[in-house]
Design a protein around this ligand. Structure first.
Ligand code: FMN
Ligand SMILES: CCCCCCC(=O)C(=O)O
Length: 367
C-alpha cells in the first residue's frame, strides 16, 4: 500500500484508517461546527487560474528566499503539536523530511520531541520555533534561549490562542495525550495533572492554566527584548492587525486561522490573504497556511501575495503512513504539482507569477 498514493488526500484516507480515534480526532478537528475548517479547503476552488501559453517553460526553478534564506520551494511545514501520536519518531522524522527536501520545518512548543532533539536530528534544516507565551515568563524565556542556542532561525509567535478553541470531538473524548508520550520541551508541565472535569478537554485545562491570556501588543515589544531572532506573528486575519504587526516591527506574518481549530466562522485564510498583503505592502513578508492540499492551492496563494505557504495536517498524514519517508513523499507530490502548475501557467519561477493569473470565480459574472 502507498505506492499508488497519487495526491495528499490519499494519505489522509490512509491515516483515517490507521490512527487511533483519540489522536485522529485531535488531528482532524476544527472548532465548533467546523465551517472554517471546511471553508479553508473549499475557498481555494472559488479562485480560478488564467494560464498563459507559448512561453518556453523548459527551464524551471521552484526555489525562493524567505527571511534571507534560500529554500528549494515555497512550501514548508506548519507547527503541529504532539507528532509522536502519528509516528514513533514524530517531530524528528518530520524535520528530517523537511531537511531532505530543502524546506522549512516549524517545531511546536507543544512537541513530543525537544528543541535539542530536533536540532540534532535535522542540523541542516532551516528550522523555525513556534512559541506560546506562558503566564510564567521564565518558561517562555527558557524556550526562546534554547531555540536560539539550537540554531532555530525564527520565532513564530502564535497570536490566535489566548484561550483554547472548542473542538467538540476532543471534548467528547476527554482528549489527553497517550501516557507513553511526554511534552518534551518541559521537564514539568505534563498534561495529566490538568483537571478534565472543567468544560472542554484536558487541553482546555492545560491552556487555561498555563498560557498567558493577557497577551497583547506590549508583549511583542517584550519579546523583542529577549531575542535577536526574527519574530513572525501566526494567526493574523485582518488588515488592522497586520498594520499593527508592521508598526511593531515584526519580520513576518503568517495568515492563518489555525487550521480552523480556534475560532469557527472566520474567513478561510486564502480569502483574507490579499487584504493583508495590500495593507502591509513590502514592509514585511506574508505567508499563509490553512487548507493547502495541492499545487494549484500553492500557486493561488503565491499569486495573491504569499511569499510561501505551509502545510499542517498533510505532514501528519505523511508521518502516519511511513514517518520520514511518508512526509518526503507528501512534499515530493505537492512540489511536483506546484511545478506542473507553474509550467502550465507559463511561468518558469516564482518571480514570473503575476497578479492577473488568478481571479475569484465571481469575476466573470461581473463582466
Ligand atoms: C493537530 C494540530 C496541532 C496543531 N498544533 C499547533 C501548535 O502547536 N501551534 C500552532 O501555532 N498551531 C498549531 N496548529 C495549527 C497549524 O500550525 C496550522 O495553522 C494548520 O494546521 C494549517 O492548516 P492545515 O492543517 O489545513 O494545513 C495545529 C494544527 C493541527 C491540525
Ligand atoms: C497542551 C495544550 C495544547 C496546545 C495547543 C496545540 C494547538 O495549537 C492545537 O491546535 O491543538
Amino acid at each position: 500500500m502507498g505506492d499508488n498514493f497519487a495526491c495528499l488526500d490519499d494519505f489522509e484516507k490512509h491515516a483515517l484508517s490507521v490512527l487511533p480515534k483519540n489522536a485522529l480526532d485531535y488531528y482532524t478537528s476544527g472548532a465548533g461546527a467546523q465551517t472554517t475548517l471546511e471553508d479553508n479547503k473549499r475557498a481555494f476552488s472559488r479562485y480560478k487560474i488564467r494560464p498563459r501559453f507559448l512561453r518556453d517553460v523548459s527551464k524551471r526553478d521552484l526555489s525562493t528566499t524567505v527571511l534571507g534564506e534560500k529554500i528549494s520551494m515555497p512550501i514548508g511545514i506548519s507547527p503541529t503539536a504532539m507528532q509522536r501520536m502519528a509516528h514513533p519518531e514524530g517531530e524528528l522524522a518530520n524535520a528530517r523530511a523537511a531537511e531532505a527536501m530543502g524546506t522549512i520545518y516549524t517545531l511546536s512548543t507543544i512537541a513530543t520531541s525537544s528543541i535539542e532533539e530536533v536540532a540534532q536530528a535535522a542540523p541542516k534544516c532551516v528550522k523555525w520555533f513556534q512559541l506560546y507565551i506562558f503566564r510564567d515568563r521564565s518558561v517562555t524565556i527558557d524556550l526562546v534561549q534554547r531555540a536560539e542556542k539550537a540554531g532555530f532561525k525564527a520565532l513564530v509567535l502564535t497570536v490566535d490562542a489566548p484561550v483554547f478553541g472548542i473542538r467538540l470531538a476532543d471534548v467528547r473524548n476527554r482528549f489527553t495525550m497517550p501516557p507513553h508520550l511526554a511534552l518534551k520541551n518541559f521537564t514539568s508541565l505534563s498534561m495529566t495533572k490538568f483537571d478534565d472535569k472543567i468544560e472542554g478537554s484536558r487541553l482546555t485545562g492545560y491552556v487555561a492554566s498555563l498560557f498567558d491570556d493577557t497577551l497583547n501588543w506590549e508583549d511583542i515589544k517584550w519579546l523583542k527584548t529577549i531575542t535577536t531572532l526574527p519574530i513572525l506573528l501566526k494567526g493574523i486575519l485582518t488588515a488592522e492587525d497586520a498594520v499593527l504587526a508592521v508598526n511593531h516591527q515584526v519580520d513576518g506574518i503568517v495568515v492563518s486561522n489555525h487550521g480552523g481549530r480556534q475560532l469557527d466562522s472566520t474567513f478561510a485564510s486564502i480569502d483574507v490573504l490579499e487584504e493583508i498583503v495590500n495593507a502591509v505592502g513590502n514592509k514585511t513578508e506574508v505567508y499563509l497556511d490553512g487548507g493547502i492540499r495541492d499545487g494549484t492551492d500553492v500557486f493561488k496563494a503565491l499569486v495573491l501575495g504569499a511569499k510561501m505557504v505551509f502545510i499542517g495536517r498533510p505532514a501528519l498524514w505523511g508521518l502516519a503512513y511511513n514517518g520520514e519517508e511518508g512526509v518526503k513523499k507528501i512534499l515530493r507530490i505537492i512540489r511536483h504539482e506546484f511545478d506542473t502548475t507553474l509550467a502550465l501557467c507559463g511561468c518558469c519561477n516564482v518571480g514570473e507569477i503575476k497578479r492577473e493569473m488568478v481571479v475569484h470565480e465571481s469575476h466573470h459574472s461581473k463582466l
